[in-house]
Design a protein around this ligand. Structure first.
Ligand SMILES: Nc1ncnc2c1ncn2[C@@H]1O[C@H](COP(=O)(O)OP(=O)(O)O)[C@@H](O)[C@H]1O
Ligand SMILES: [Mg+2]
Length: 375
């Protein structure tokens, strides 16, 4: 890339997960601060059905579901071409025409098929630079059960839990209920392993609640976590960087409901608040920041992540709850807000993330993939 040339950046959003709308909001905020003097930006949408699309007024079109005016786009899994093609029917033939070449892709998609490593696998195949964690960090970050196992292996404290399958719930419910009640006294939390936005998460106060919670969660995933319910403050920190990541000051979520449910997160009339900085003593702040960096390294995090904690109000114990490798990115989202409060304004944060994507790509290019072959 010549010095004076613009960076050709594809911003990717929408997608097939339940967090489609959140992605539209986050990506639009990112798009608005990308400096047109520095970047030649191509917005690339993914419809709810999974079609990639480009064209005018794309956020509006995806938001309304009215995507007829948009053109279909595809990336081919060819290393190093990094070309986005438009796909059109001409005289009954399916024709691919080069649309734009991309230097870097900024995926702003949450949840399945975006944040879980699937998309990152495609980027690796194409050999393009991309913002955020790689395949492994993304998939481990997404899978709440595997994530907890990795934390346990690294002596990072997590809340007691067991993993059960949909099949066990359907065939051996009595056994599952007994095992669950062995984890801890009620309340217990039930959640699908691969979800986000609190979809399928429930707080269960007794056996009938638990039964209902398990049935609900089993709709969303084959694997279900049952956790001790912590009387908790919810503390979050932002991490930024590749091999030498930095960590922000902590923020606190004060949910407007009994826990930070889907409606507490997104409802128009939600009473949930972000408190930045979180009111914590310096020792606890440092402990949370250290654990966040340890967790980030343990999953081979890159680029960014928001690391969420449960702070037990009764015992003051800290537990890591989850890592979000593509956190919310609206102007009022915790991830950018924490950086702003830590001295990195939103536009600079975006520039830094793009730089980190190139840095990581350069690092990857140093790796030799075949024995006895040098680059
Ligand atoms: N073990 C737990 N104890 C207390 N509250 C919990 C527990 N697990 C989840 N929660 C509550 O449920 C919310 C969503 O759970 P979380 O594991 O963060 O899933 P998601 O990926 O959907 O955000 C949390 O923000 C918190 O309010
Ligand atoms: Mg969460």
């Amino acid at each position: 890339m010549a010095q004076n040339e613009k960076i050709r950046l594809g911003i990717l959003f929408g997608g097939r997960s339940g967090e489609h709308e959140v992605s539209l909001m986050s990506s639009n905020s990112v798009f608005k601060v990308l400096d047109p003097k520095r970047y030649a930006v191509t917005p690339i949408g993914i419809t709810r059905e999974g079609h990639w699309v480009v064209g005018e007024n794309i956020w509006q079109a995806l938001g309304s579901g009215n995507t007829q005016s948009l053109r279909r786009a595809v990336l081919l899994p060819e290393p190093r071409s990094r070309t986005l093609y438009v796909q059109e029917m001409r005289a009954g033939q399916n024709v691919l025409t080069p649309y734009v070449d991309l230097d870097v892709i900024f995926p702003v998609l949450h949840g399945t098929f975006g944040e879980d490593g699937t998309l990152q696998g495609l980027f690796e195949m194409i050999d393009v630079a991309y913002v955020g964690g790689g395949v492994l960090a993304s998939s481990v970050g997404m899978d709440k059960a595997l994530f907890k196992d990795v934390m346990r292996a690294n002596d990072i404290p997590v809340v007691n839990s067991i993993l059960v399958t949909r099949n066990e719930i359907e065939k051996h419910i009595e056994k599952v209920l007994a095992q669950a009640e062995n984890v801890a006294a009620y309340p217990l939390f039930v959640k699908p392993v691969n979800m986000g936005s609190s979809v399928g998460v429930s707080k269960c106060r007794n056996r009938p609640d638990l039964l209902e919670g398990l049935m609900d969660a089993a709709q969303y995933d084959r694997r279900i976590l049952i956790e001790r319910g912590v009387n908790a403050r919810e503390i979050e920190v932002s991490v930024l960087g590749n091999s030498d990541p930095m960590v922000s000051i902590p923020g606190e979520i004060v949910p407007g409901e009994e826990f930070y449910s889907y409606t507490a997160k997104y409802a128009e009339d939600s009473q949930s608040l972000l408190e930045i900085p979180a009111r914590l003593d310096p020792a606890l702040t440092r402990r949370i920041q250290d654990l966040a960096l340890q967790a980030y390294r343990a999953i081979d995090g890159a680029g960014m992540a928001r690391v969420d904690f449960l702070l037990d109000k009764d015992s003051q114990e800290v537990f890591i709850s989850e890592v979000n490798t593509i956190p919310g990115f609206t102007q009022i989202s915790m991830y950018p807000k924490l950086w702003e409060a830590s001295g990195i304004p939103y536009p600079q944060l975006i520039d830094r993330l793009v730089d980190l994507a190139f840095e990581r790509k350069a690092e990857r290019d140093r790796t030799v993939y075949q024995y006895g072959r040098s680059k």
